[in-house]
Design a protein around this ligand. Sequence first.
Ligand SMILES: Cc1cc2nc3c(=O)[nH]c(=O)nc-3n(C[C@H](O)[C@H](O)[C@H](O)COP(=O)(O)O)c2cc1C
Length: 370
Amino acid sequence: MAALFSPFRLGGLELANRITISPMCQYSAVGGSMTDWHVAHLASLALSGAGLLVIEATGVEPRGRISPEDTGLWSDDNEAALSRVLDRVRAVSPIPIGIQLAHAGRKAATYSPWTGSGSVPDEKGGWDTIAPSAVPFREGWRVPRAMTRADMEAVRDAFVAAARRAARLGLRYAELHFAHGYLMSTFLSPLSNRRTDEYGGSLENRMRFPLEVAAAVRAVWPAEAALAVRVNGSDFTAGGWTPEEAGVFARALRDIGMDGVTVSGGGVDPRQEIQAGPGYQLAFAEHVRKVSGIPTTTVGMILTPRQAEAIVAEGKADLVALARAILFDPRWPFHAARVLGIDLAYPPQYDRADPKHWRGGDLLLAGLSD
Ligand SMILES: Cc1cc2nc3c(=O)[nH]c(=O)nc-3n(C[C@H](O)[C@H](O)[C@H](O)COP(=O)(O)O)c2cc1C
């Protein structure tokens, strides 16, 4: 029995296997509302055989979007558009679906990857940004306004309101995006948080606002679903957030009743130095899991079935999240099952492609590097 294909209980959610699909921005929304692209994209991934499909970073308020083309969940229109997409996807697949709720902070109002780079000016649809301190992400980028207590309450309430909408749509998992240099990770990191009030300075102070937001969402998120947080394991920058701090934060998240963490890294400081290779963030996840005991997802170049299997079997992480590998190969879990000797049921429409019915499947798996 492959550990990768064993079930796992995350909060109130029963997952059929340990493979999750990491949230991936598609920059294809209009006014925060999903479009037909999202139907095609999410339906394709819903047929992958993974245990959980997580919808991209979704802005809890308009100024919290990374780009003008990001999805959002602040309005009835956004909710109706998401509901339409969910209806289509659920019509073809029983996969549990979750969503990542996000606020981009000082990295908001930037161009989407294929439309430009850096801050979008007001006259081209950009907007004012907020952050713990009035320090831009990099030179030439928009300078954020340092948040007041009222701003913090507004952001907390926006997370709660979006979570209520997500719960109402029957989403089974929500992941609060507290990583990658977006708003919450800029509170957590000493490189971006220069506050001198009770929300800056010590680790306890830097964690205070993210924990307030997490607790407020916990209070409205259904117990029969799962609620997790994506955290950085490191800023990959001298003087920045560390795996040890991530471990302390994960313990605090567990203590307020969060069901899991996904351990990622980077994005807070442009001076970061990342040596990206297979499993390059796994050590952070392993540390966080060990010191906090909270169910932990690792992400970052999880590429091969045996690599993923070893991670779970050796107890380094409970779940593996795939991003680029599963965009590259949207049937990755089916292929992994074959490699690991597991009989994973294909959708009946695709059953003839199951390698147990034709030699071509195994020849393809063996020959992809030819
Ligand atoms: C197209 C694309 C969009 C992404 N969007 C998000 C996102 O919305 N939220 C997030 O936390 N990470 C996002 N990421 C990062 C991935 O979720 C993942 O953490 C990262 O790509 C490393 O995993 P990988 O090596 O499997 O791609 C994105 C990555 C890609 C490739």
